[in-house]
Design a protein. Structure first.
Length: 196
């Protein structure tokens, strides 16, 4: 598939590489439009790396089909030069047109989808906020009632002798503290008596 008849094979390969580079540049223009339409500014570097890897993959198959898999430096330069020719000639025009197309597409999308969805969202928020206010009041009453039910009731326990030991768990703890205090006081008195 040579461009011009009668040229040597290397010149034909160079011209083919030039055309292939121009096509890769055109693919970059389409890729740029897609990237700007989605507005993926955070993934810009990752998308550029994906583009370069895809170009390398296509270049491999191009070299395999055209030159039997043999890579020559003039073919790489031809591809790069073809890409630069696209980028600084037709690429400028495609860039300007794509910016206009993207702005118009975004405004159309906003008219068709975003405004109705925004209105629907505001309606949903209004309904949900009234529902939330009503449930918050009920929730507060429910919490107060549930805390009342969770309070520990005082219980009375008797030993087999019929002596009242405690009224609830607090009484047991207080009795234990009093016993410890009495025992301490008794030990201190006995120590003082022994010293005198």
């Amino acid at each position: 598939m040579p461009y011009l008849q009668g040229l040597s094979e290397q010149v034909n390969l160079f011209l083919n590489a030039l055309g292939f580079g121009f096509l890769l540049g055109l693919f970059y223009g389409l890729f740029r439009i897609f990237r700007l339409l989605l507005g993926l500014k955070k993934l810009l570097a990752a998308l550029d790396v994906c583009y370069v890897l895809l170009c390398a993959f296509l270049m491999f198959f191009y070299l395999l089909a055209l030159n039997g898999g043999q890579m020559a430096a003039f073919m790489l330069f031809g591809t790069f030069f073809g890409w630069l020719v696209y980028y600084f000639s037709l690429g400028v025009l495609v860039s300007r047109v794509s910016n206009i197309i993207i702005k118009s597409m975004k405004s159309i999308i906003q008219l068709i989808f975003m405004r109705p969805l925004g209105r629907l969202w505001r309606l949903f928020r209004r309904v949900f906020s009234t529902f939330r206010r009503k449930t918050q009041k009920k929730h507060k009453k429910f919490i107060k009632k549930s805390k009342y039910h969770l309070k520990k009731k005082r219980t009375m326990r008797y030993t087999s002798r019929g002596i009242l030991l405690e009224q609830g768990q607090n009484a047991v703890k207080q009795n234990q503290k009093e016993r410890r205090r009495r025992n301490r006081d008794a030990k201190q008195k006995s120590k003082k008596e022994k010293k005198t």
